[in-house]
Design a protein around this ligand. Structure first.
Ligand SMILES: NC(=O)c1ccc[n+]([C@@H]2O[C@H](COP(=O)([O-])OP(=O)(O)OC[C@H]3O[C@@H](n4cnc5c(N)ncnc54)[C@H](OP(=O)(O)O)[C@@H]3O)[C@@H](O)[C@H]2O)c1
Length: 295
């Protein structure tokens, strides 16, 4: 049963949510279901057309017109900083942050910040956006951060000497490393936020039939073959909303979920020293673009 089909899900009226990558798939569904329960929902999308279409569709489907759109490419640190500032101009509270935007790349590319795009967008963009909004969340506590990671995090370790994968880039390897970043960031942030009323958890959504991997032929082939047993975007969005709202998860933090079940993540991801090391390395990488504001 999906979250928004339950008899009387708790109203989210008065709550403010931000969902990245809300133009399609899991992010769109999470945003739609949060809006259906009355939250004010801010969609962070990179494409104006797809973002506006998602916003219009959610308003039409939920009759909740408190659905807003902000535009940014999570791979651009300047855009992430700008969009965080725009969010702060509109809102003084943030109760739910769903860091969902993510992609796998067909070829190795560098961002305008000179960083490998997969790691930059999937991990560093998430790291930077969250940090830019953290004080708002602390002021809004109880608040929850959900990082949409992946079981692909377990594919391999991070090479701290080469976070840009300049030596051995492969699409899936870079993607796995970026998702490992999501998981390790969740643990480290949860520890840093202990006692603040802001919880942080990571989710592997399962294999979900979305637009994920479009442009990467072998990923699309795999999805076409596996489609019949994959999770629907609706159910996956409901899983994310469950982690973001369920009363029984109040205070639960620093946990890796596979859908709704707590599970151990990879051994590498659970190493506290390595989590702290990634945090420090990420700070250095986002500090490069810090013209203003806190990093
Ligand atoms: N589908 C799965 O089986 C699966 C499994 C494990 C984890 N995940 C994770 O689930 C999350 C959502 O993926 P999905 O399956 O729902 O795929 P999707 O349908 O492709 O949705 C991805 C969303 O992220 C946005 N996005 C990607 N890169 C971005 C960037 N640089 N800046 C801003 N937005 C960006 C996309 O925007 P556009 O519309 O502009 O492309 C889209 O809204 C991802 O983090 C993915 O790693 C998915």
């Amino acid at each position: 049963m999906t979250e928004d089909s339950q008899a009387s899900p708790q109203s989210l009226d008065g709550r403010v949510a931000l969902v990245t990558g809300a133009s399609s798939g899991i992010g769109y569904e999470a945003a739609r279901q949060l809006a259906a329960r009355g939250a004010t929902v801010v969609l962070l999308c990179r494409d104006a057309g797809r973002g506006e279409a998602a916003r219009a569709r959610i308003i039409e489907q939920t009759s909740n017109d408190r659905v807003e759109l902000l535009l940014a490419d999570m791979g651009s640190q300047a855009q992430v900083r700008r969009v965080a500032a725009e969010f702060r101009e509109r809102h003084v509270q943030l109760h739910i942050l769903v860091n969902n935007a993510g992609a796998i790349q067909r070829r190795r590319e560098l961002t305008e910040d000179g960083l490998e795009r997969t790691f930059a967008a999937n991990h560093l963009g998430t790291f930077l956006l969250t940090r830019q909004l953290l004080d708002l969340m602390q002021a809004s506590a109880p608040a929850r951060i959900i990082n949409v990671a992946s079981s692909s995090h377990a594919r391999g370790p991070l090479d701290f000497a080469d976070l840009d994968s300049s030596e051995d880039w492969a699409g899936m390897r870079a993607y796995g490393r970026s998702k490992l970043g999501n998981v390790m960031f969740s643990y480290e942030l949860a520890r840093r936020l202990e006692g603040s009323g802001v919880t942080v958890n990571a989710i592997h959504p399962g294999l979900v039939a979305t637009r994920f991997g479009r442009g990467v032929r072998w990923v699309r082939f795999g999805i076409a073959v596996a489609r019949w047993f994959m999770v629907s975007p609706e159910d996956s969005g409901a899983d994310v909303v469950h982690l973001a709202t369920a009363s029984e998860l109040q205070g639960v933090t620093g946990t890796y979920f596979v859908r709704r079940e707590p599970r151990p993540s990879s051994e590498f991801s659970r190493d506290v020293d390595l989590q702290q090391r990634l945090w420090t390395a990420s700070e250095v990488l986002v500090a490069r673009s810090a013209a203003t504001g806190q990093v």
